[in-house]
Ligand binder design. Structure first.
Ligand code: ACO
Length: 324
C-alpha cells in the first residue's frame, strides 16, 4: 500500500495590534534596549488587548490559513491546538475555535507542551493523518503568555509576547512531513514553571500567583544541549543529512539559542527564519508565526525542506522535518 504523508497546504497567523518596544519597558523596569537586544535578540513584542484571548488570536490565524488553503471549515476532520494559556479551563480552546469556525463535529482538543505546543500538535496531527483516519487537519499554536508575566520582574517580563499561527494539513501520497520527534523530561519542572492551578490551588498574591518562574541561565544551557541532540535525531529519523535542509524554523525564544542550533547544523543565518526581534517569545505561537512569515514573505518555496524545532517548560522538546 502506498505511504500516506501529511502535507502543509497553507499557513496563517495573527498578532495583537499593540506593540511594546524595549524602550517602553525601560519605563517600567530597570532594563535597557541594549541589554535585551544583546542577551536575547528581542526588539519588541505584541501584547493582547484587555479582553483579547488566545482563542481570538487562534481563530484569526485559523481563518487566514483556511482561506489561503481554499478549504472550508466543514471539511476539517481534526483540530489540534497547542497552548499553555487556554481561554478558560474547559471547554478546550480548540473546541471554542472549532465552533467559531463552523467546523462542529470534528475531533478537537488542546495540547499543553509549553513552548513546544505547536510542534507537539503537528506531530499528533501527522499521526492521525498517517493512520488514514484523518484527511484534513487544522493545527494551531496560540498563546497570550503575557497574561502570566509579572511586569515588575525584569528577568522575565522582557522575554515574552502574544500571538498565534496555524497550518492546514492534508493527506497526500507525496511528502509532506518526513519525521517528527517529541520528547519530555518532567524532572526539569523547577527550572521553568507556573506553580498554581485548579487542583493545587492559587496563592494570595498578585494575579493569584499566576506568574512564570524561570532559572534563565540553566534553561539556556539545557536548551542548547538538548536541541543539538534533537536536530541530529530528526535528520536520522528522516534519513537525511544537514546539506539537504533549506531552512531552519526554530522556536523564537532567544537569538543566541537559535544561532547555536544553526551552527551545529552548519547552516548560515541566511537559512534561518528569525522573528524573535519582532515577536519575542510567543511560546506555542512562535514556530507557526515564523513559518507563516517565511511563507508569505516568499522566503520558503514549495519543494524546500524545513526543519522546525522547539523547546520549553516541562521540559519538552520537539521537531518536524518536512518538505513544504
Ligand atoms: N535588564 C537588565 N539586566 C537584567 C535583566 C534585564 N531585563 N534581566 C536580568 N538582568 C541582570 C541580572 O540581574 C544579572 O545581573 P548581575 O550580574 O548583577 O546578577 C545579569 O543581568 C545577568 O543575568 P543572567 O540571568 O545571567 O543573564 P543571561 O545572560 O543568562 O541572560 C536570559 C538571561 C536572557 C534570560 C537567558 O538566560 C535566556 O534567554 N535563557 C533562556 C530562557 C528562555 O528563553 N526562557 C523562555 C522559555 S523556554 C524557551 O523557550 C527556551
Amino acid at each position: 500500500m502506498a505511504s500516506i504523508y501529511s502535507r502543509i497546504i497553507a499557513t496563517g497567523s495573527a498578532l495583537p495590534e499593540r506593540v511594546v518596544t524595549n524602550a517602553d519597558l525601560e519605563k517600567i523596569v530597570d532594563t535597557s534596549d541594549e541589554w535585551i537586544r544583546s542577551r536575547t535578540g528581542i526588539g519588541q513584542r505584541h501584547i493582547a488587548a484587555d479582553g483579547e484571548t488566545t482563542g481570538d488570536l487562534a481563530f484569526l490565524a485559523a481563518q487566514r490559513a483556511l482561506e489561503a488553503a481554499g478549504v472550508k471549515a466543514s471539511e476539517l476532520d481534526l483540530i489540534v491546538l497547542g497552548t499553555t494559556t487556554p481561554d478558560i479551563i474547559f471547554p478546550s480552546t480548540a473546541c471554542l475555535v472549532q465552533h467559531r469556525l463552523g467546523a462542529n463535529g470534528c475531533a478537537a482538543f488542546d495540547v499543553n507542551a509549553a513552548c513546544s505546543g505547536f510542534v507537539y500538535a503537528l506531530g499528533v496531527a501527522d499521526k492521525f493523518i498517517k493512520s488514514g483516519q484523518t484527511k484534513k487537519a487544522l493545527v494551531i499554536g496560540a498563546e497570550t503568555l503575557t497574561r502570566m508575566v509579572d511586569w515588575t520582574e525584569r528577568e522575565t517580563c522582557v522575554l515574552f509576547g502574544d500571538g498565534a499561527g496555524a497550518v492546514v494539513l492534508e493527506a497526500s501520497s507525496e511528502p509532506g512531513i518526513h519525521a517528527t520527534c517529541l520528547h519530555a523530561d518532567g524532572g526539569f519542572k523547577e527550572l521553568l514553571y507556573n506553580p498554581v492551578g485548579v487542583s493545587v490551588g492559587f496563592k494570595d498574591e498578585p494575579n493569584h500567583g499566576v506568574r512564570i518562574r524561570m532559572s534563565g541561565r540553566e534553561v539556556f544551557k539545557v536548551a542548547v544541549k538538548t536541541l543539538d541532540a534533537l536536530v541530529d535525531e530528526t535528520l536520522k529519523a528522516a534519513g537525511m543529512d544537514e546539506s539537504q535542509l533549506d531552512w531552519l524554523i526554530p522556536h523564537q525564544a532567544n537569538l543566541r539559542i537559535i544561532e547555536a542550533t544553526a551552527k551545529r547544523l552548519h547552516m548560515s543565518m541566511d537559512q534561518v527564519i528569525v522573528t524573535v526581534d519582532k515577536h519575542a517569545n510567543t511560546s506555542s505561537g512562535s514556530v507557526p508565526l515564523a513559518l507563516d512569515y517565511a511563507v508569505r514573505s516568499g522566503k520558503v518555496q514549495r519543494g524546500q525542506n524545513l526543519l522546525l524545532e522547539a523547546f520549553g517548560g516541562g521540559f519538552t522538546w520537539a521537531s518536524a522535518l518536512l518538505r513544504y
